[in-house]
Every structure is written in structure tokens, then in C-alpha cells.
Design a protein around this ligand. Structure first.
Ligand SMILES: Nc1nc2c(ncn2[C@@H]2O[C@H](COP(=O)(O)OP(=O)(O)OP(=O)(O)O)[C@@H](O)[C@H]2O)c(=O)[nH]1
Ligand SMILES: [Mg+2]
Length: 397
């Protein structure tokens, strides 16, 4: 039997939009959530070291989220810790319980800077795009929705959203997808994050609708492929950290205590990044925060401030497991389709190569047994096909 290979999934998105944290909740939910009644799931990531840097542990990101939820709910604060500076693979093993039949989902996580066209890593990213079956476009929802909302439309314009979510750059990278004229189906999923506010206000469908508007050019280009699944799956990484407001980005440097990010509350008071108000002293220096400049532009990104849900500060991720389950459904469809074509004959060398590649992903797992598990998961409502903003623009299987 051929060596088992992982199913490669590329996580794409702007800097600091929550990619690594979403993976932390996704792994946590896959291991501890309802999926464990159907598959034995385990995190098989081996933390690597590259260029003197060690891979971020998902557990560290998980603890960071939990720590954030412990903040007093009266504080309005900034989030922005632990940037990723490299690309790292995170590996999730799904095993059929009581057997040695398993498969691996390998999520490739990169720093947001990797998705800047013409950047230092664009060649490497382009090469990787041509190898993957599944692409996940992470969307920072507050910036996505900014110019649609009455209270923020002047601060967070469409240009700020385009730059922050790297929408045009990601469009460029996706043009390297090769579906071999419809023979090698691909999947692109848009995943809005930090969307808790809209979900709790019963407005998650507005987020999905806005993804379709803002990414229209990309969706149109993807729809032109013969075999392309395009879906939208909003995810709540933490569940109770709610977007509060945008404010112009400043820093304050005092005589002691170094430089901190802040926003102006009035002429005499700033709010520090941890949510503490501070009276401005004569000795304090307040500047526009140069880190807020969107790279490749002269635009200054306003910072997104957050609150903890005053009614419930618990860690309550939602729909994180839907992403891998929908990916699995797609790959299962691809597996079945290629097997059908094999049985019908006319199995030329390209298809033979594709079949070998798919068999290497599924290892000893047979189509029938996977079909049974996925059907049961759908019947039991563990795989959601709609609701919570989940929508397919087009579907191969
Ligand atoms: N409010 C809120 N903050 C979040 C959420 N997920 C992550 N964060 C915070 O946002 C910051 C960025 O999250 P990361 O997961 O590191 O983002 P990233 O996209 O991996 O960042 P890079 O890899 O550096 O591009 C961190 O301080 C997180 O704690 C979320 O769902 N809601
Ligand atoms: Mg990261």
C-alpha cells in the first residue's frame, strides 16, 4: 500500500485576523466535541523549529483566548498578541474507532504577511496553492462589516477592509488553483471570524451576504472553474468576545512604562489597550500608531476594540468543527467520483495519478464506511448544511 499522505488545507487571510486562534478552537472542538462519537480524533502536530523560531502551540493560543475571557466585562480592550512569523503545519488525525483506519487533515497556517502580493513569501505561497485541494479564506468580520454599519462607516471604509483582509492579494493567489480542466475538484471556503456580535444580534446572514458582495470578483473567477465548491462557514472562535467599536490607532509614551497602544476618549483622556482609562499628562507623547499603516498603502487602519459578553464570559466556541467536517464531505465526494470514473473505464494516466493521491489520503478507509459515518453525522445534525450563516455558493458534491 502507498505511503499515507495528509489532506492539505491552506489557511489564508490578513495579518492578525485570528487564523491560529481559530485553529486552536477547531482542534479543541474536534477532539472534545460531538465528533468524538463518530471518529477518534487526536492532535498529531509535532511542533517544529525554523529559522530559530518555534511553532506556536495551539494550546498556547487556546490559553490566550481563555485568559482574554477572564477580563472584567466593564473593560473595552484591544486584542493583538503572539503574531505568527513563519508557516507551520498542524495535523489532525481522524480514526475510525476501534480500527487502524485513519486519515490526517493538515492545516498550513502562515503569518498574514505571507498573503501580501509581491511579498517575500509570495512565490512559496503560489507553489503551495498549486498543491492543495482545499483553501480556507479567513475573514476579519469587524473590518468586513465596518463600512456597512452606521456607527463605523466613516472610520472603517471599504478600502480599509480591502487592505486589512488582503482581498485583492488573496484573489491573485487563488488564480493559481489548477483543477486540471475539471478533473481535480477544489474547494474554497470563506470563514468569517470574530463574528460573535452579529451572530448574537441575529444578523449572521448579513455577514454571509456581505462576504458574497465583497468577494464578488473572486467568487466569479472561482465559479468559472469546472469543478469548484465555494462555501461560507462563519465560526466563533471564543463565543463571548464581542466586537465593540473602531477607534483611530494611537500610541502613548510616558516617562515610565514604555509605549502602549491606545485610543482617544476625549481631549484629556486616552484608553489604554487593556481597557484602562488614563488622564494625559504633559510629559506623555501621543502619536498615530505607525503599526496601524496597512502595508502597501498609506491607509491607517482603525483598531477594533472588544468587550467580554457581560451575560456570559465562558469559552463557548461555535461551529469550529463544521469547517473540517465540510472539508471531509467534499473530499469524500471527490473520492467517490474518481472511483466511479475508474470503474467506468477509460482510466488514463492523469486520473490514475489522482486516484493514487486520493487513496494515499484516505489510507485504509473505504468509501462505504466513510459514507455510513458521514450520513449518520448529517442525520444526527452534527454536520450542519445550513443555518448560522452557513451557505454554499456552488457545490460539486
Ligand atoms: N476578539 C477576538 N479576538 C481574537 C479571536 N481570535 C483571536 N483573537 C485575538 O486576535 C489576535 C490575533 O489572533 P491570531 O490567532 O494570532 O491571528 P493570526 O491571524 O494567526 O495572526 P498572524 O498569524 O500574525 O497573521 C490575538 O491576540 C488573539 O487572541 C476572536 O475570535 N475574537
Ligand atoms: Mg497566526
Amino acid at each position: 500500500m502507498a505511503e499515507q499522505k495528509p489532506l492539505k488545507i491552506l489557511m489564508m487571510g490578513g495579518r492578525r485576523c485570528g487564523k491560529t486562534s481559530a485553529l486552536a478552537s477547531l482542534f479543541e472542538q474536534m477532539v472534545n466535541g460531538p465528533v468524538k462519537n463518530y471518529f477518534t480524533v487526536s492532535d498529531q502536530t509535532v511542533l517544529e523549529t525554523k529559522d530559530g523560531e518555534t511553532q506556536d502551540s495551539l494550546n498556547g493560543k487556546f490559553l490566550e483566548l481563555k485568559q482574554m475571557l477572564g477580563k472584567p466585562h466593564t473593560k473595552t480592550f484591544l486584542v493583538d498578541k503572539g503574531p505568527t512569523n513563519n508557516f507551520w503545519n498542524y495535523s489532525l488525525k481522524l480514526q475510525i474507532p476501534g480500527t487502524d483506519k485513519s486519515m490526517f487533515l493538515e492545516f498550513r497556517d502562515s503569518a498574514g504577511e505571507f498573503f501580501e502580493a509581491g511579498g517575500a513569501h509570495s512565490r512559496e505561497t503560489n507553489d503551495y496553492v498549486s498543491e492543495c485541494d482545499v483553501f480556507v479564506i479567513i475573514v476579519d468580520t469587524p473590518y468586513l462589516m465596518g463600512c456597512n454599519e452606521e456607527e463605523s462607516k466613516e472610520l472603517c471604509t471599504e478600502a480599509i477592509n480591502l487592505g486589512t483582509n488582503r482581498i485583492n492579494d488573496i484573489h491573485g493567489f487563488l488564480t493559481n488553483i489548477n483543477d486540471n480542466d475539471g478533473q481535480d475538484a477544489k474547494m474554497v471556503v470563506f470563514v468569517p471570524l470574530k463574528c460573535e456580535k452579529w451572530a448574537k444580534e441575529g444578523r449572521i446572514d448579513e455577514v454571509t451576504a456581505r462576504v458574497k458582495t465583497v468577494y464578488e470578483k473572486t467568487i466569479k473567477a472561482l465559479s468559472a472553474y469546472k469543478k469548484m465548491t465555494i462555501g461560507i462557514i462563519p465560526i466563533e472562535t471564543a463565543g463571548n468576545i464581542l466586537f465593540a467599536e473602531f477607534k483611530d490607532a494611537y500610541t502613548i509614551t510616558g516617562k515610565i512604562g514604555g509605549t502602549k497602544r491606545c485610543c482617544k476618549i476625549s481631549e484629556t483622556i486616552v484608553r489604554l489597550e487593556d481597557g484602562t482609562p488614563k488622564k494625559i499628562k504633559d510629559t506623555d507623547i501621543i502619536n498615530e500608531d505607525d503599526k496601524a499603516v496597512i502595508s502597501g498603502t498609506s491607509l491607517m487602519r482603525p483598531y477594533a476594540w472588544y468587550n467580554i459578553n457581560p451575560n456570559d464570559p465562558s469559552y463557548s466556541p461555535k461551529n469550529c468543527e463544521q469547517l473540517p467536517l465540510h472539508i471531509l464531505h467534499f473530499m469524500f465526494g471527490k473520492y467517490k467520483e474518481i472511483e466511479n470514473r475508474k470503474e467506468k473505464g477509460g482510466f488514463f494516466s492523469f486520473l490514475k495519478g489522482l486516484w493514487d493521491r486520493i487513496c494515499a489520503v484516505f489510507g485504509k478507509i473505504k468509501i462505504d464506511e466513510l459514507d455510513k459515518i458521514l450520513t449518520k453525522m448529517r442525520t444526527d445534525g452534527v454536520i450542519k448544511n445550513s443555518g448560522d450563516g452557513i451557505e454554499y455558493i456552488q457545490k460539486c458534491y
